[in-house]
Design a protein around this ligand. Structure first.
Ligand SMILES: O=C(O)CCC(=O)C(=O)O
Length: 281
């Protein structure tokens, strides 16, 4: 995986890595130590003592009593301004404008906290492809020739092999196939790891097979996970519905774009036509 800095993060080069290369890049130095500490403190507070929210792709790995060692915190925009600053970082936005089109939106912003002993996940691909284990529910011929997903992982703790740094199989984004149980041995034998220091940011194409790995370290492994999608894909999280009106009223132009406010569909078009007609006469 190639590493870029804020100064070298060329969107053209990065998008080429995501589409035609391994499918992932690392960018260092986007966030200050204070921002990382602030984000981490908030996520730890919101996930302390909380029952785990098991998601479908954690599957069998989470049925053995260790589910509570992996904790998800959803709707991060409501949990501190630092998360809005992360989601709208200009370097990330510049890459995504090229990758997903200039009017891209956000599908979800959540945290994944893996406690020591946490089991990790099964290999999967991400929203909107995450139920592609049922390909017949998707358009025929769906492939990865153009992206409908970007994943941004911001490490808040050391991301090491021991702590469960995300594993991924370079190049699998080109296949657009959900990894089956028969693929797991090949995945684990050949995967690379998204290692990094706190504050490092990984951008990857979520069509690449990947998963959180078991945390065998003696510390928590926290990360902010942001899902971005093109303007025409329905988001995973209903962020406008979950955020207070005061947040929506104060949202910056960049945040309004990410929340989907710049793209008005679906619309009731006979009503819209009536309004337009009134405006014209
Ligand atoms: O936290 C990680 O390392 C990966 C998480 C992930 O892939 C997911 O939750 O979909």
């Amino acid at each position: 995986m190639k590493t870029f800095t804020a100064d070298t993060a060329d969107p053209v080069a990065i998008c080429d890595e995501l589409l035609n290369g391994p499918g992932a890049v690392r960018i260092t130095g986007l966030f200050s130590a204070d921002q990382i500490a602030d984000a981490r403190t908030r996520i730890m507070a919101h996930s302390d003592g909380e029952a785990d929210k098991v998601t479908h792709f954690q599957g069998a790995a989470m049925e053995d009593g260790r589910a509570n060692l992996q904790r998800r915190v959803w709707n991060l925009l409501a949990k501190g301004a630092v998360f809005s600053d992360m989601a709208t970082h200009p370097v990330i936005m510049a890459v995504l404008r090229r990758w997903l089109g200039s009017e891209f939106i956000m599908g979800s912003i959540a945290a994944n906290r893996i406690l020591p002993g946490g089991p990790g996940q099964e290999p999967h691909i991400d929203f909107p492809y995450w139920d592609f284990h049922q390909p017949d529910t998707h358009p025929m011929g769906l492939n990865a020739s153009f992206p409908m997903n970007a994943q941004v992982t911001i490490a808040l703790d050391p991301f090491t092999e021991e702590s469960g740094a995300t594993a991924y199989l370079p190049g699998t984004q080109k296949d657009m196939r959900y990894p089956t149980a028969q693929d797991h041995d090949h995945f684990y034998a050949n995967c690379a790891r998204m290692t990094g220091a706190p504050g490092d940011t990984i951008i990857f194409f979520g069509a690449a097979w990947h998963c959180a790995m078991p945390n065998t370290a003696d510390h928590d492994r926290n990360a902010v996970l942001i899902n971005y999608i093109p303007k025409f894909v329905k988001p995973l999280e209903d962020m406008p519905g979950a955020l207070p009106q005061s947040f929506l009223d104060a949202a910056s132009p960049k945040m309004r774009q990410l929340l989907g406010f710049n793209y008005k569909y679906p619309e009731i078009l006979d009503e819209a036509d009536a309004v337009n007609a009134e405006g014209i006469t």
